[in-house]
Ligand binder design. Structure first.
Ligand SMILES: [Zn+2]
Length: 114
């Protein structure tokens, strides 16, 4: 199995580059630019490669979403332990999905999207 190459900035898939040359590291020019700017800024601030700066608002938002998801997991564990019927499993799955769905796209937002 060949590992699919992903963008060093956004983690999105990279189209295989045509012809010779260095393999691409980014899926698009704007990702390469953002990564370059981030690394430049890190050096200016004396940050290590492993340090991460996240806006408080984004982090609080993520924390809220994870809290909601954690509550849903606890609810579902309890509900399914009491009633393992297909109807209950269906309701539990819906509840889990509803609680997890807001997490879609969070990764991109944390990386400085909108
Ligand atoms: Zn990218």
């Amino acid at each position: 199995m060949t590992k699919r190459k992903v963008c060093a900035w956004c983690g999105g898939p990279i189209e295989k580059s045509a012809g010779p040359g260095r393999p691409r590291q980014y899926c698009r020019r704007s990702c390469r630019q953002r990564d370059f700017e981030a690394r430049k800024r890190s050096r200016e601030l004396g940050l290590a490669e492993s340090d991460l700066i996240v806006a408080r608002k984004a982090m609080d938002g993520l924390d809220d979403l994870l809290f909601v998801l954690g509550c849903a997991i606890t609810d579902v564990q309890g509900d399914v332990a009491l009633d393992g019927s297909p109807e209950q499993l269906r309701r539990s799955l819906d509840w889990l999905l509803e609680s997890a769905r807001p997490l879609l796209g969070v990764s991109e937002r944390l990386r400085g999207g909108t």
